[in-house]
Write a new protein. Structure first.
Length: 531
C-alpha cells in the first residue's frame, strides 16, 4: 500500500500524491489495528487533539479506494531518553546530555489511539464535462485498517456528511459546532420527537442551550410550553414574540385537569392522613366528576362542582357521617386557596404558529411546580389525543424536582406516560436538570437526544446508559468540559456518533442582561425555514 503514495514535503508537512495533508500513519500497537480501533504515529509537524476526526486512507478487499473516519481518543509521547531510568540517571549524574528531538530522533515519536467511525467508498457515476463524478457510500467499518496506511485531514463537509450532522441547513436545527472545529452541528428535525435531555452542573450552559433550542424550534414553527422555575426563559420568550404567563395571574388551570391523586397531593396534610375516609370521599367525588363531565361530556369543572359532588355522593358510599363529610368539604373548599386553580387555559387558541408559552413559576414551591406541571401535562395530553392542538414540545427546568425518582409523585407518573408514548399523539419533551441521579430513571432512558454538559463525577453513574458510543476518554473529560460545550448523544437514526459540541451563540436575550436583538425586527431570522 505504501507505494501508492509518492510522499513529498510541502514545507514540513507530509502530503499524499493527491496533496492531502498527512497527519500520521497507522501503527501496529497493543492489539491494534482492529476494525474498531487504531493507533497511529503522529507526523512531527502535526498536532491532533482528542475529539478531532481524520481519515485513514486505504483500499478495501475489493481493491477500491476507501477512507475510514477515525476520532482521536487519547495521545501519548514515546521518548526512551526520558524514561524512568534515564531520567533518574540525568538527575544523579548531572551531565547535560543532548539528544535529537522528535523528527530527527529515531526513537522519539508521538502517537494517538482513535476509534473508527464510518467507512467511505466512492462510487463512480461516470464522467460529466470530462470530470469523473463520484458519490459517497457511507457504511459501518468492515475493512481492517492496515498498519502503514496514512492518516489524512478531511474536509469539514465530508465529516458532516459522513456523520449526518448537517442535513439541509434550512431543515436542520443549528446547535453549534463540533468542539475545536468549524464543523457545524445541525440536528435532524426528527430529534424533536425523540425527546431531549439537557443535564450538567450549575452554570455550565444548560439554560443557555435551552434558549438555543427554543430559537431553533421557533424557527421551525414548533409550539413550546416551558415550565420556568427560575425565570430564565422570560426574556427569550419576549424576543420570540411568545407569551409569559404567571400561574394565578391570567393563567389558571381547572380542577378537572387534575387527577384525584393530584388533588389529594395538593391538599396540605401528612401523608398518613391521606389514606383516611375523608380523602377517600374526596377522591371518589373527583373521579366521578372526571367520568361524568370530562370523559362523557368534554366539560371542565371547578372547586364548587367538587364540593357539591362530595355532598351528593357521601351517603351513596356510606361516608355521610358528619365526622367524615364536614372535614372532606372543608378540605375540598381549601383548594380555592390555590390561586392557579380556576378557569381552564385556552391552549387551543394560544398554541399556534410556533408560539412559545413560558410559565413563569418564580416563587412557587416544589409542590406547586409539580401540580402545575402535572395539570398542564394532562391538559395538553387530553387535547393532543383528540388532535385539537398542533405538535407541542413541553419542557421544564429542574426536572429532578418535578419528576423525581419516586413512583408516588404524580408528575413523575404523567411525564412517564408522555415520555413513553407522547410522540404518538404529538407531544415532545425537553427535560433539563443539574441532578440526573435524582430524576426518574424510566423517563430518563426515554429521552433519546441528550446534551450532557460538564457534570460532577458523582452524577456520571446515573447517566451511564446515555453515552452511546462516546469514548471513555471523553466521558472522563466530562467533569472538566468548558462552559457551553456538551457531549451530544442520541440514537443512531438521529445522532450517528456521540459528538462534543460547542453550543452556538444565542440570538435571544440571556437572563435579561443583553439588548433585545429582535426588538426592531420581528421578522423570523431564518426565512427559508418557514417552508
Ligand atoms: N454556549 C454558550 N456560549 C456563550 N456563553 C455561554 C454558553 N453557555 C453558557 N454561557 C454563559 O454561562 C452562563 C451560565 O450558563 P447557564 O445559565 O446556561 O447555566 P446553567 O447550566 O443553566 O446553570 P444553572 O444550573 O445554575 O441553572 C450564561 O449566562 C452565559 O453567560
Ligand atoms: Mg439554568
Amino acid at each position: 500500500m505504501a507505494n501508492i503514495y509518492k510522499e513529498s514535503s510541502l514545507g514540513k508537512v507530509t502530503v499524499t500524491e493527491d496533496h492531502e495533508v498527512v497527519i500520521g500513519q497507522v501503527i501496529c500497537h497493543n492489539g491494534t489495528p482492529t476494525t474498531s480501533k487504531i493507533c497511529a504515529r503522529i507526523d512531527p509537524a502535526q498536532h491532533p487533539a482528542p475529539g478531532r476526526i481524520y481519515a485513514v486512507k486505504g483500499r478495501n478487499p475489493g481493491g477500491e479506494k476507501i477512507l475510514i473516519l477515525v476520532r482521536v481518543e487519547k495521545m501519548w509521547e514515546h521518548n526512551p531518553h526520558e524514561d524512568a531510568l534515564s531520567s533518574n540517571i540525568n538527575q544523579v549524574i548531572p551531565i547535560e546530555i543532548a539528544y535529537a528531538k522528535e523528527g530527527q530522533s529515531t526513537v522519539i515519536y508521538r502517537a494517538f489511539e482513535a476509534d473508527t467511525l464510518e467507512e467511505i467508498s466512492f462510487i463512480s457515476n461516470g464522467k460529466r464535462n470530462g470530470e469523473e463524478e463520484l458519490s459517497l457510500n457511507i457504511n459501518n467499518v468492515t475493512t481492517l485498517p492496515r498498519s502503514g496506511w496514512p492518516i489524512i485531514e478531511v474536509s469539514d463537509e465530508l465529516i458532516s456528511k459522513a456523520l449526518e450532522l448537517a442535513p439541509d441547513p434550512d431543515l436542520g436545527l443549528d446547535i453549534g459546532h463540533i468542539h475545536t472545529t468549524n464543523i457545524p452541528v445541525r440536528l435532524k428535525r426528527d430529534v424533536i420527537q425523540t425527546h431531549l435531555f439537557i443535564c450538567g452542573g450549575i452554570g455550565r450552559g444548560k439554560s443557555y442551550a435551552r434558549g438555543v433550542i427554543a430559537e431553533e424550534y421557533w424557527a421551525h414553527k414548533i409550539c413550546q410550553i416551558n415550565i420556568d422555575p427560575m425565570g430564565e426563559m422570560v426574556e427569550a420568550t419576549k424576543d420570540l414574540g411568545g407569551m409569559n404567563i404567571k400561574p394565578g395571574e391570567g393563567f389558571t388551570l381547572p380542577l378537572s385537569a387534575l387527577q384525584a391523586a393530584d388533588v389529594v397531593d395538593a391538599i396540605p396534610g401528612h401523608a398518613r392522613s391521606k389514606t383516611t375516609n375523608i380523602f377517600s370521599l374526596i377522591k371518589y367525588a373527583h373521579d366521578k366528576l372526571l367520568d361524568e363531565k370530562v370523559s362523557k361530556l368534554g366539560q371542565e369543572f371547578g372547586v364548587n362542582d367538587l364540593v357539591k359532588k362530595i355532598e351528593d355522593v357521601a351517603d351513596d358510599i356510606g361516608y355521610g357521617a358528619k365526622g367524615t363529610l364536614y372535614p372532606a368539604l372543608l378540605k375540598a373548599k381549601s383548594l380555592s386557596n390555590f390561586k392557579y386553580i380556576g378557569d381552564p387555559f385556552d391552549w387551543k387558541t394560544h398554541l399556534q404558529d410556533g408560539k412559545i408559552i413560558n410559565i413563569d413559576c418564580r416563587g412557587y414551591s416544589v409542590r406547586d411546580l409539580r401540580l402545575i406541571t402535572a395539570s398542564i401535562a394532562r391538559d395538553i395530553q387530553r387535547l393532543a389525543k383528540k388532535r385539537e392542538i398542533p405538535f407541542v414540545v413541553f419542557s421544564m427546568d429542574e426536572a429532578h424536582l418535578i419528576a423525581p425518582n419516586d413512583d408516588n409523585v404524580v408528575t413523575t407518573q404523567v411525564l412517564r406516560e408522555i415520555a413513553r408514548i407522547g410522540r404518538h399523539y404529538r407531544i415532545g419533551l425537553i427535560m433539563t436538570t443539574q441532578s440526573p441521579a435524582d430524576m426518574d430513571k424510566s423517563i430518563l432512558k426515554r429521552l433519546l437526544t441528550r446534551m450532557i454538559f460538564a457534570i460532577e463525577s458523582d452524577q456520571l453513574q446515573a447517566i451511564r446508559g446515555v453515552f452511546s458510543d462516546a469514548p471513555d476518554e471523553i466521558i472522563k473529560q466530562l467533569p472538566k468540559l468548558p462552559k457551553g460545550t456538551c457531549l451530544l448523544t442520541g440514537v443512531s437514526e438521529t445522532i450517528k456518533h456521540a459528538t462534543l459540541t460547542k453550543v452556538r451563540t444565542r440570538k435571544t436575550t440571556v437572563g435579561g442582561s443583553t439588548p433585545n436583538v429582535f426588538s426592531s425586527d420581528k421578522r423570523r431570522p431564518f426565512p427559508n425555514k418557514e417552508k
